[in-house]
Write a protein that binds this ligand. Structure first.
Ligand code: C2O
Ligand code: CU
Ligand code: CU
Length: 496
């Protein structure tokens, strides 16, 4: 791997705990010679990541173990690619869990890097939330406890301070799906027709090694689109409905998904679970960290039809020859379809504006060549907001720039967009979410209930911005559990 700012990242880690205000050179570095075209889109077969089995189960809990390690994996034809991977597979294994069963996941660090594991979208206790300074150093392990209190499409990924972009880019990400009885009782497509879709972009050198270039701390924009670790895959489908749990796990790139046929995508779920009712949309924007649960009905097409999942243009995303393509569905067989998309999916509670006890404002901007929130960078000793447990608040995010978009992410809570630039949000955004597309010159307002107590991070999910330095924290109530109160321990671990 080609490292761009390793020395600077180390400096940031050394300074962790204080405010870090280092100048950022924002010049465009250009791209190294790339082995573009070594794989033609829609030639490699689609696959889904392995599902991880628990090591052990008891009446309340499933126990899992994941080793973070270097591995050589076949991504492009020819030479293998070194990744830093959960259990050595890229992307990491999928964990599937039932709501309200507990998971204890032991992460063992066999890498040479500091890591921290965050289960994005889970309402974890502070000490199990992957706090950016709560490192699992090399040769250490940590057991994370997850309550799985609601059904949603989540993902786990690295969150090490000032190293998140690089660690996730090198492979440290996987999906985590929680389902409950209510969802399983719906007649939606299931099993082989319920498909995880994790989208990431990468750049490869001519020897197939990964190139990590954050273009002077702005963004990482790969020229190769991977779905579940496969470049532009081709998926054979039957002419029936499929459910796709789509996650944008890219470092920086946003996507605008659409079908080449111009037909609608049916959105049934947002980041934090099913919507109240399905929403049809021609296209769908998706920033880093966002998830949408989508139904595509291939019964509209005769056997033999090829349907591309495309990526329409969006500002501030670098385009390359094939970044307008994601994957292709080839309708190869006919099949009867008993699945139905019900007109009512779930009773989602929309919090009325009148329930809010206060409003807070957050300005996301480039200031003094640093990515900042209200003029501040990361400071482990600073708390930006202190709601009391149970308070409903409206948070306003402002982006006055046309030069960048920001995926704003709040840990712990799910919230709902009230409006964007004073207008209603996109119909497909009207559900519980934890990442919000704060586009160029946009102001969005969201409403959420802050509970339970504890100190949690919020940040831009462009991981390059997050690392330098668009990340901060809020604390609910007082005297919550210290996020640093369950530190990693040295190997070897006791039996799980
Ligand atoms: Cu997916 Cu704090 O991040
Ligand atoms: Cu998160
Ligand atoms: Cu940002």
């Amino acid at each position: 791997m080609k490292r761009i700012s390793r020395r600077e990242a180390m400096k940031i880690v050394a300074l962790a705990g204080g405010s870090i205000l280092l100048p950022v050179g924002l010049q465009y570095r250009g791209y190294a010679q790339i082995a573009n075209g070594t794989v033609a889109p829609f030639t490699l077969p689609f696959r889904t990541p392995t599902v991880l089995n628990p090591v052990r189960k008891d009446s309340t809990t499933d126990y899992y173990q994941i080793r973070m390690q270097k591995a050589q994996v076949q991504i492009l034809p020819g030479r293998t690619t070194e990744v830093w991977a959960y259990n050595g597979i890229f992307p990491g294994p999928i964990i599937k869990q039932r709501a309200n069963r507990k998971s204890i996941v032991r992460f063992i660090n066999n890498l040479d890097e500091n890591t921290s594991v965050h289960l994005h979208g889970m309402a974890s206790l502070p000490q199990y939330d992957g706090y950016a300074l709560d490192f699992i150093p090399p040769g250490y392990y940590k057991d994370y406890v997850y309550p799985n209190s609601f059904a949603a499409n989540l993902w786990y990924h690295d969150h090490g301070l000032a190293q998140t972009a690089q660690n996730v880019y090198m492979g440290l990400a996987g999906m985590y799906i929680v389902q409950d009885d209510e969802e399983l009782a719906l007649p939606l497509p299931k099993d082989n027709y319920d498909i995880p879709v994790m989208i990431q972009d990468r750049q490869f050198a001519s020897d197939n090694s990964l190139i990590f270039d954050n273009q002077g701390q702005t963004s990482v924009m790969g020229d190769t689109i991977l779905v579940n670790g496969v470049a532009w895959p081709r998926m054979e489908v039957a002419n029936r409905k499929y459910r796709f749990r789509v996650l944008n796990a890219s470092s920086s790139r946003a996507y605008r998904l659409a079908l080449s046929t111009g037909d609608a995508l049916t959105v049934i779920g947002t980041d934090a679970g099913l919507m109240s009712a399905p929403v049809n949309t021609q296209d769908l924007r998706l920033v880093s960290g966002e998830r949408y649960d989508i139904i595509i009905d291939f019964s509209r097409y005769p056997v033999g039809t090829q349907v591309e999942l495309q990526n329409l243009p969006l500002p501030n995303n670098t385009s390359f020859a094939n970044t307008d393509k994601i994957m292709r569905f080839d309708v190869v067989r006919s099949q009867t379809d008993n699945s139905v998309v019900p007109s009512t999916l779930r009773n989602v509670e929309f919090i009325p504006e009148s329930a809010a006890v206060r409003t807070r404002d957050f300005l996301f901007e480039l200031r003094n060549q640093m990515w900042m929130i209200n003029g501040n960078g990361w400071d482990a000793n600073r708390i930006d907001a202190n709601p009391q447990p149970g308070d409903v608040e409206i948070w306003t995010f402002r982006n006055e720039s046309s030069g960048a978009f920001h995926p704003v992410h709040l840990h712990l809570i799910k919230s709902q967009i009230l409006d964007r630039n004073g207008q209603a949000p996109f119909p497909y955004e009207r559900g519980n979410k934890d990442v919000f597309y704060l586009g160029e010159n946009e102001t969005i307002r969201l409403i959420g209930r802050f509970t339970p107590s504890g100190k949690f991070m919020y940040h831009c999910h462009n991981m390059v911005h997050e690392d330098r330095d668009m990340m901060s924290q809020f604390e609910i109530g007082q005297n919550g559990i210290n996020p640093m109160s369950a530190l990693a321990r040295p190997l070897p671990p006791p039996p799980l």
